[in-house]
Design a protein around this ligand. Sequence first.
Ligand code: ATP
Length: 895
Amino acid sequence: MQDLKFREMKTEEIEQALHTSKEFGLNEKEAQNRLRKNGYNELQEGEKQSALLLFFSQFKDFMVLVLLAATLISGLLGEYVDAIAIIAIVIVNGFLGFFQERKAEKSLEALKEMAAPQVQALRDGSWRKIPSKELVVGDVIRFAAGDRIGADVRIVYASSLEIEESALTGESVPVIKYAAPNYHGAESIGDEENMAFMGTMVTRGNGEGIVVSTGMDTAMGKIADLLQSAKPLITPLQHRLEQLGKILITTALLLTLLVVVIGVFQGNDLYTMVLAGVSLAVAAIPEGLPAIVTVALSLGVQRMIKKNAIVRKLPAVETLGCASVICSDKTGTMTQNKMTVTHVWNGGTLWNITGSGMDRTGRFYKDESEVDPNQQKALKQILTFGLLCNHAEINEKEGQIVVDGDPTEGALAIAALKAGLTKEQLLEKFTIMKEFPFDSSRKMMSVIVKDENGRQFVITKGAPDVLIAKTEAVLWGEKNLYMNGELRSKIQSSIDSLAEKALRTIAIAYKPIPSNTIILHEHEAESNLTFIGLQGMIDPPRPEVKEAVKECREAGIKTIMITGDHAITAKAIATQLGIFRGKEKVLEGKDLSDMDVKELEDVVDHVAVFARVSPEHKLKIVKALQNKGHIVAMTGDGVNDAPAIKSADIGIAMGISGTDVAKEASSLVLMDDNFATIKSAIKEGRNIYENIRKFIRYLLASNVGEILVMFFAMILALPLPLVPIQILWVNLVTDGLPAMALGLDQPEENVMKRNPRHPKEGVFARGLGWKIISRGFLIGAATLLAFIIVYKQHPDQLIYAQTVAFATLVLAQLIHVFDCRSERSIFSRNPFGNKYLVWSVLSSLILMIIVIYYPPLQTVFHTVPIALRDWLLVIGMASIPTFLLAGTFLARKSK
Ligand code: ATP
């Protein structure tokens, strides 16, 4: 297709060349054929690591290599059973690591797939949202401010269209785009004024285009090689654990060395001591920890997906647990975005409209008596203008009305429909000459319309308090009056009284213009207007939000409403939701404009609602809150929200109404645009962090126990209480599975009843370090004690005493794992509440019994059956580490 000069062709010529139609699009069957023939509209990615490579990479670990070398030595010395057993354990360990990493990788891929962009394409005559990768040449697509262009297209319709092409050209100033053929050539991509390219971003206006190339044929595809750099991000905790790992390795190696040297001095033979040393080092270093952390994070991310929150950047999972303020948009996030016009106002007259927002039937009342809307001149005019200055489409599917477009505009269109007015009818009489689309900074939208007699006029609709400043006259009933202070304050009090009913208000104004005028800029259109009336619409709060706000408050998280809506409307809704409780401040955009960040800092802690805010203000709010030490979650949907989303600690974009730009800037996307989902994500974020703390505690306490048993045995001149293969077994079977199960634990009841965690909090904060050392010490001591007791009774049966020590160590850890479920005590929640943990502990126990009682494995693991009486000793000793301290907890509690 590249040899065709689309830039010079007229729309019809392109339609012919690509066998498509601007009005109908492609038919679905043809689109599928093209997709099959030409493949997905994707840029090829770099080579992925193969499964085999990933498997072998598990053995790169330094300690595993040392272990393998030691195994080789034991093989050479004729210790075949040991050698084979160790290799088997290393391989099983490798498989476990492999599956953990595979799982983590798979879920990250699935995540990428979910966050994949969508585009609006015209298929079989109707607009639908399809994944961008399914676009084919000939597809007709439409785009608006905030969208990323899905493929290379020739623009066939443009309204105030501007596109930022820095992804391709490096130039960040947006380029104005037109739909007309361009015969004067283009020297570079930046000059292609009627083309839009894959990956570039619409910053203003809207447009339609026909896809002329996809995938690697696009301009982006040609430079795709340059784009493959994305490295996976690691979370702050992973980073801290990496550093901790280094410290632990050094400590473990030193202690191991000490154990070996003392052991040799005590008369043990060098070979046994070296092998014991290496096994101990392997067991003591928590090399599995990073993989388990990744798995816990990615499983947590999947649980979040089930709750409609997509994490785009993994570090956000942790930061979520630290959030202390949520700044949330109102419309659509706290409210349902199901707008219904219930009131229309003109010149002192108020009409009520009944019927739901998704219903074409509704009645009109004036002063409680029903009226025919077609007999009410001002009412009809307001409804007509509301429909003409409107981008939403009303369709009917299975008898149900569906709005395609902005819900505010949908509500205006449905109100008009209730009076029998449709856009199709109006377009027979009126032609829309030009449109200046709505944007949240201007808070209005305008169209230039020509009627059948050739008369032209501007229709503007927008936020009343903003629009009123642009008016110089007012249509009061039948009379056209100059706007003056008195009329202005009458209009203002009507706006306020609608807003007090929590209604969102839209004002409508117009002005005639000479028929030959061409207006290029919105400020020319949006001035000297005549005010004609107001429409007020309800947008009920989402029922679940009130409870979510309350839960957040109990969790030490403040909710702030940030909205473009009127202060009174916002306050009324904030009151219904429990965000505004009487004493807080409501600040308006205009107050914010007058303040610098420092001044805002002084008051920001007392503000519950920011109203009539422009997206630009959001950045200031984020900065002021951050300067006050808050960890800020900020929502947004439009292009202009992106800077605030990016600089917030947790940038949140709307999945349904959000633009691509907002989504790309965010670290969390709400699939249902719902505030309550933010709360669920925070709860999950807190839980993931707590679960990570649980298994760090479990693994490290186990390691401390293992090292101390050996260390003290050496110091006390005792024989080895555990043989190397037993240490490896404990490391693999007893540590790995239950730790994974802890990663899947349910949150503790009080997870949302305490204040957020400080982001700089260390891994061992809140007593975790003490718990690890005390429990580890007790596990080590109990194991050694069991060993000494049995060894003193049967000094000639070392292997029996070692089996008892092995069983005590395993059991002590498997009991301790239940204690790890709670920061408080094993008794503070049902210890068997986590079924994964129960199963993993049961299977570890059964495997231990097999290793002790199954004769062929007895040779491998140097075990012998334990007498019943000694089992009592094992169980008693193994219970001490957990129950001794839990007992002190209970004693303290009962005081
Ligand atoms: P939030 O930030 O909570 O989503 P919002 O949706 O009310 O709030 P904006 O979309 O910026 O914020 O709207 C601000 C104001 O602009 C609204 O209160 C309304 O009066 C007006 N408005 C909204 N949508 C339109 C539209 N399509 N055309 C004209 N005016 C609009």
